[in-house]
Ligand binder design. Structure first.
Ligand code: NI
Length: 281
């Protein structure tokens, strides 16, 4: 178990290093194009090896690009009333594919929200801590994924408190939003939950159809202010994310957490942060 884990970790690091090298090579190619020397301007794998031989220039260029992207894409300065934002959300983890997902998100400097199951957090606190440290929001998805509408107010409160504590123990930060399992909530849930209830505007149905191309297609249907529902426990979902990020980036979307989508103050029940939806909640 630990051997497999460390092997995966090393693999991820290698992939990340390769991606950084490719990105650096791409920047250098673009610079060469600007000077009239390049031909296609595209990133080619062939240049990745030689690109790493002049780290000084590349490192500076890459650092500048990452810094600019950070401020532009998901920094605290993002105002979702003025720019196109989307909140990608991942339920039911953490799971064995969460690490890979974090790598995908990092490449686009994207922030996301993870609605984690309390008992999974207690079993794997490290990955939840790393997720939070990477700038993502950790939300509550209850302790054991029961239908919360079947619980008494007292049992519900105990379930949510226990989940909140597990998240706080793992990350040092209490969750700011919650998503009820199955999206099922009633008046008792709404009144008892100390946290805003966050639903979604786009359901990728990734749990039903384990088909990456379909997940990408569904996610691309989002409109500004949307909240997209995924489940990072499925490899077909995690494999779809690079294409989702690439496609929505090209359309000018900023990837923010649910709390960021609402400027830090989500209303009591939310389906999206779209301006037209805000008045209806
Ligand atoms: Ni769920």
């Amino acid at each position: 178990m630990s051997t497999a884990g460390s092997r995966r970790s090393v693999g991820s690091k290698t992939k990340r290093a390769a991606a950084v090298t490719l990105a650096a090579a791409g920047l250098v190619t673009v610079a060469a194009c600007g000077a009239g020397r390049g031909d296609t301007g595209g990133v080619t794998t062939g240049s990745a090896g030689t690109g790493s031989e002049t780290p000084t220039v590349q490192t500076v260029l890459l650092a500048a690009a990452v810094h600019a992207a950070g401020e532009h894409t998901s920094g605290k300065s993002v105002n979702c009333r003025k720019v196109k934002c989307v909140a990608l959300t991942f339920d039911d983890g953490p799971g064995e594919h969460t690490d890979e997902l974090l790598n995908h998100l990092a490449k686009y400097n994207a922030r996301a929200t993870f609605y984690v199951v309390g008992q999974n957090v207690a079993a794997s606190p490290d990955i939840v801590r790393r997720t939070a440290e990477a700038g993502h929001e950790i939300g509550s998805h209850s302790w054991s994924h029961r239908d919360l509408t079947t619980l008494s107010a007292a049992d519900l409160r105990a379930d949510l408190d226990r989940t909140e504590k597990a998240i706080e123990d793992a990350t040092g930060v209490a969750p700011k939003t919650m998503r009820p399992p199955y999206g099922a909530f009633n008046e008792t849930v709404r009144k008892t939950s100390p946290l805003p209830v966050v639903l979604w505007s786009v359901d990728t149905e990734d749990w039903r159809y384990r088909d990456s191309a379909r997940v990408v297609r569904k996610a691309k249907s989002v409109s500004p202010g949307g909240i997209v529902l995924f489940h990072d426990i499925h490899p077909t979902t995690v494999n779809a994310i690079p294409q989702v990020l690439e496609s929505l980036s090209k359309r000018g979307y900023h990837f923010v957490t649910v709390s960021q989508l609402f400027g830090g103050k989500p209303p009591k029940v939310v389906y999206s942060g779209a301006p037209e939806a805000a008045t209806a909640l």
